[in-house]
Design a protein around this ligand. Structure first.
Ligand SMILES: CC(C)(COP(=O)(O)OP(=O)(O)OC[C@H]1O[C@@H](n2cnc3c(N)ncnc32)[C@H](O)[C@@H]1OP(=O)(O)O)[C@@H](O)C(=O)NCCC(=O)NCCS
Length: 185
């Protein structure tokens, strides 16, 4: 069966970026992103109330990694590796079916510079070649065209459109599911 157990956290590098483990020192940066309504416009999740909640969030990611439940990277520029500017990761994994759901976000100061594209390419390659995933999925709010275009650019195809399957803040929202099959399988 597929696992997400590594002897040490897999730090990844791309031309401009370092993808590293979440740290409690990232709390301010993550709080700023998760309370920024431009970033969160199509992310239908409760906003954190305070920095303590974010620290708890980070501790849960770290435990999730230790327990082999998830694998999420902080995105930082190589020239400033301590400053979190975004995240990418496999938040939910369906181990029996070798399938994981990818998610990503980036601080708006860095949008449209190809950063998530660069991070996504590397994390997808890692998911297929090292983790041995068979498929990668992504779940988007149907209005999130930036994310949809990103997924299409990376070869994902639309697999499903669920009608009103997600309840958030008093509304039942549709979801679109995109998928990518491991080309080497
Ligand atoms: C979606 C998001 C991650 C894009 O990150 P980014 O680093 O700016 O994207 P990139 O520069 O790598 O763009 C790659 C491709 O994505 C698509 N794209 C990115 N932003 C777009 C936008 N605003 N409108 C339409 N397409 C967009 C384009 O196809 C683009 O390719 P191109 O530049 O050759 O046209 C970023 O806007 C973000 O963090 N949004 C808020 C969080 C979010 O919605 N996350 C996804 C949840 S499912």
């Amino acid at each position: 069966m597929l696992t997400l157990n590594f002897t040490k956290f897999p730090i990844l590098e791309t031309e401009r970026l370092i993808l590293r483990e979440h740290d409690l020192a990232d709390a301010e940066a993550l709080f700023a992103m998760r309370t920024n309504e431009t970033v969160m416009k199509y992310i239908d999740r409760e906003r954190p109330k305070d920095i303590f909640e974010i620290k708890d969030f980070i501790s849960r990611f770290r435990n999730g990694y230790e327990n082999g439940d998830n694998l999420a990277w902080v995105i930082a520029l190589k020239e400033n590796p301590k400053q979190m500017i975004g995240s990418v990761g496999y938040w939910r994994t369906d181990f029996a079916n070798h399938r994981a759901e990818i998610g990503y976000m980036l601080h708006p100061d860095y949008w449209r510079k190809g950063i998530i594209s660069e991070a996504l390419k590397k994390s997808i390659a890692f998911g297929f070649e090292v983790v041995n995933l068979h498929t990668i999925s992504a779940n988007i709010n149907v209005e999130n065209d930036a994310s949809r275009q990103m997924l299409i650019k990376h070869g994902f195809v639309k697999e499903a459109h669920f009608k009103q399957d997600y309840y958030f803040k008093g509304k039942f929202l549709d979801s679109e599911i995109y998928g990518l099959i491991n080309p080497d399988h």
